[in-house]
Write a protein that binds this ligand. Structure first.
Ligand SMILES: *Cc1c(COP(=O)(O)O)cnc(C)c1O
Length: 401
């Protein structure tokens, strides 16, 4: 009997859908920083930036105090201004679109491919207008968007591509690592992401002009020694504000944690891949759920594992399944409510009719736990819980809702 109907839950304690993995080396790195001369913008920030550039195979990395700040800075560097349009996917965290609004621009939502849940390149070209400035594809779940088509289209149209890789650090696309696929690539180091700094983010790029703008934006738009003044006779105290930036700096405490986490990323990736492999082979045998079509599993560092209910097989709705899994103490979640559905976006005039595939996705999707610290028995609990609930509702089609 499922727990929702009074049976014993699969687990006695709740398993969350995601969480950080912190070890003694991480703790020591933070303690060492606290005892050092610098708490912010010191050697750890510089070191983390050079580690990130090296890891992703890019020339430049700039770290920020959140992934959202990194997205905002990337939009600024791309030159997004009032009335510019920027195309992104509705199946993402609101920050991907909010960053455009911060710059006075207008997010334009392009529907997803219902097989991959990623922005559909076939629809993308129809969304381009003379006002389009940039595209923000999102590597949802850690699956890399079709960057070949997106970059080709962007080059033809003179658009900047900012890849929101908040989910996909460590993933590759056709043998090329995430970081060197787009004009700028944004990472997030929130605790549920593959590596964490508590709060934090970064932009990596090969473009020197973008790099300079990102650095400027991070500290109020203020620069100490502007390039064009290098040989002037100005005093050493001189600084000037050249743009309206923000205080988006990451602390050295966070960067020290980030450096320590990045050293362990290969292990985190392998563990996530092993869990995804176990889920894939289990759930491909389960009538009633739909798995996303994925690229080569070895190319992908999955951040999220999303299942959809198969409405042709199950007559109960997603919320019934969701509640039943919660009752089994399996920490389910929903990634994401399409951004245009939020009341704020509705107040700006966005409507639901534009993205029919995103609507189907939203009606049927749920996220199950995935993080590198999950034990084999946690993984088994999730598989058992999903089988128990789906099989129950397959046989008891009336549900309770
Ligand atoms: C986590 C995330 C961000 C950035 O979030 P922060 O919490 O600001 O680091 C942006 N986009 C997506 C898709 C995310 O998942």
């Amino acid at each position: 009997m499922i727990a929702q109907e009074g049976g014993k839950p699969v687990r006695s304690t709740r398993l969350s859908y995601g969480r950080q993995t912190i070890d003694d080396a991480d703790i020591q790195a933070v303690v060492d920083c606290l005892k050092s001369d610098y708490l912010t913008t010191g050697p750890a920030v510089e070191g983390f930036e050079s580690d990130l550039a090296q890891y992703t195979g890019t020339k430049y990395a700039v770290v920020f105090n959140s992934g959202t700040a990194a997205l905002h800075a990337a939009c600024f560097a791309a030159g997004v201004k009032v009335d510019d349009e920027v195309i992104t996917t509705p199946i993402t965290f609101a920050a991907s679109a909010n960053a455009v609004l911060y710059c006075g621009g207008k997010p334009v939502f392009c529907d997803i491919d219902l097989a991959t849940y990623l922005i559909d390149p076939a629809f993308l070209s129809h969304k381009i207008t003379p006002k389009t400035k940039a595209i923000i594809p999102v590597d949802f779940m850690g699956e890399v968007a079709d960057m070949d088509s997106i970059m080709t289209l962007a080059k033809e149209q003179g658009l900047v591509v900012i890849e929101d890789a908040s989910h996909s650090i460590g993933s590759s696309f056709k043998g090329r690592k995430v970081g060197c696929l787009a004009d700028m690539t944004v990472f997030s180091f929130h605790p549920v992401k593959t590596i964490t700094t508590g709060e934090g983010g970064a932009v990596v790029t090969d473009n020197r002009v973008f790099f300079e703008k990102l650095k400027l934006f991070r500290t109020h738009g203020i620069t100490r020694l502007p390039d064009y003044l290098h040989n002037s006779a100005l005093p050493s105290w001189y600084y000037e504000q050249q743009a309206l930036g923000f205080n988006y700096r990451m602390t050295d405490i966070q960067a020290a944690l980030g450096r320590s986490q990045l050293k362990k990323i290969e292990g985190f990736i392998k563990r996530r891949q092993a869990i995804v492999g176990a889920y894939n082979s289990a759930f491909s045998e389960l009538a009633g759920v739909i798995l996303p079509k994925t690229a080569d599993i070895m190319e992908t560092c999955r951040h999220l594992y999303v299942l959809r209910i198969d409405e042709g097989v199950l007559k109960v709705d997603r919320d019934t399944i969701f509640k039943a899994l919660e009752a089994e103490n399996i920490g389910v979640n929903l990634h994401y409510i399409p951004v245009y559905r939020h009341p704020y976006y509705q107040s700006l005039g966005y409507s639901e009719s534009e993205c029919p595939s995103a609507e189907i996705y939203y009606r049927t999707a749920f996220t199950i736990p995935l993080f590198s610290g999950m034990s084999d028995s946690d993984v088994k609990d999730v598989i058992d819980g999903v089988f128990k609930v789906i099989e129950y509702y397959r046989e008891n089609q009336n549900g309770t809702v």
